[in-house]
Write a protein of this length. Sequence first.
Length: 100
Amino acid sequence: MHQKIIINDMEIDALNIKLGSTTKNGEERTKISFDFKVTHEAYHDITTLLYKNDFIVKVPDRHLQFPAVISNYSTSITNLYEEGAIGDFKLELIEKSSCH
């Protein structure tokens, strides 16, 4: 089932969403993982977004919002510069620590 996830105001059509929590440094944090397709046309915008690694994640259907960083990331393809190419991305985000 597709679900909209918004990362820093960029909408992503996500699949295989897993929402949970984890404990890191004695602090419970929200964790979300999902898959999504990236087209040749969207490749630059997505990779530029992910490179920042400083996100506000919103899951409107679950009334959820939290600051996050990448805890795991992978892609099925490394060259999306070819026209018509589509890659499968897997992304896992973890809530940033409330301690700065």
